[in-house]
Design a protein around this ligand. Structure first.
Ligand SMILES: NC(=O)c1ccc[n+]([C@@H]2O[C@H](COP(=O)([O-])OP(=O)(O)OC[C@H]3O[C@@H](n4cnc5c(N)ncnc54)[C@H](O)[C@@H]3O)[C@@H](O)[C@H]2O)c1
Length: 285
């Protein structure tokens, strides 16, 4: 098969729902990338001010879009968003971005105020609602489609004091795999993108004022935090025809964090290598 590079993405003239599009972080970058590839963007968010950051950007970039206020945890509201998307253009699919955890929700598992249910409802519940509403329409349309869920690398290992968040995102990965099989024969693909540490306006909430990188760089082999555009590029690939035979997969976009050996020290040498001569030789290249 020869790849037609005049439209590598196959997204032109299709509508895509982005749930959690606002705030100028990952969702907003995803909208811009998918819009630049020709899709009509249905940007949905619970927060009007954050939504406006996204829609102003899409407007400035001449991208076909509408912005809708909606709570991803409310399945009727989500169904309305999907109906609006279908009224604009054939539905290609959706990206579930709404999620995260705020500093007051970090807590020891044993404490009373571990906001387990709230974190699950946002990170897993809103994904279930959106994927189900979009999946129903894609099945009805009968032309396949593509769905991308935003997870986190913490879903693959552990997140002390944030166990609800890691568990919810792990559930998102499990749902992604199960539906990839369930809907495979309908040519509806589901994949997940798992970000590492990404510098977004939201992620500044756990940091000291003015501190953008913290100690993160020590555990990131590429020695930089990711950008929202790094995540959006991976989502664009997964949504597009370039990934036509990819389903049920998790793509970690984390500068190598998830594959870094836990035994490495800050020089990226194993903690058990104490011999100074050996350390010097390994570092000299
Ligand atoms: N920033 C990171 O380092 C990082 C790392 C791993 C995973 N992630 C994931 O990436 C996603 C986006 O992260 P971000 O840093 O851009 O966060 P963000 O808070 O800036 O973006 C999330 C958007 O979702 C919206 N939202 C929240 N609740 C909603 C609801 N109930 N219904 C609809 N919209 C809702 C928010 O208003 C916001 O605009 C999240 O799912 C997060 O868990 C982020």
């Amino acid at each position: 098969m020869t790849l037609d590079v005049s439209d590598m993405w196959g997204l032109a003239g299709k509508s895509i729902v982005v749930m959690g599009a606002g705030g100028g972080g990952i969702g907003s970058a995803i909208c811009r990338h998918l819009g630049n590839a020709g899709a009509t963007i249905v940007a949905a968010d619970i927060d009007a001010d954050k939504l406006a950051i996204c829609t102003d950007d899409l407007e400035a970039n001449g991208i076909s879009h509408i912005g809708l206020l909606a709570d991803g945890r409310d399945k009727d509201a989500v169904a309305d968003v999907v109906e609006r998307a279908c009224s604009l253009a054939p539905l290609r699919g959706s990206v579930q971005v709404a999620g995260g955890m705020w500093p007051p929700q970090w807590a020891p598992f044993v404490s009373e105020d571990a906001a387990f249910d709230d974190v699950m409802a946002l990170n897993f519940g809103s994904t279930v609602n959106t994927v189900r509403a979009v999946g129903r329409k894609l099945v009805e349309q009968g032309n396949g489609g593509s769905i991308v869920n935003i997870a986190t690398v913490s879903a693959l290992n552990a997140m002390p004091y944030g166990s609800a968040y890691a568990a919810a995102k792990a559930a998102v990965l499990s749902l992604t795999r199960s539906l990839a099989v369930e809907w495979g024969s309908r040519q509806i693909r589901l994949n997940a993108v798992a970000p590492g540490s990404i510098a977004t306006p939201k992620s500044a909430s756990t940091r000291k004022p003015g501190d953008t990188d913290g100690n993160d760089l020590e555990v990131i082999p590429m020695r930089r935090r990711g950008t929202s555009d790094d995540i959006a590029s991976a989502v664009l690939f997964m949504m597009s025809d370039l990934a036509n035979y990819v389903t049920g997969q998790v793509l970690c976009v984390d500068g190598g964090t998830s594959i870094r050996p836990a035994v490495n020290d800050r020089d990226e040498l194993p903690v058990f290598v104490h011999n100074e001569e050996l350390r010097a030789r390994l570092a000299d290249w």
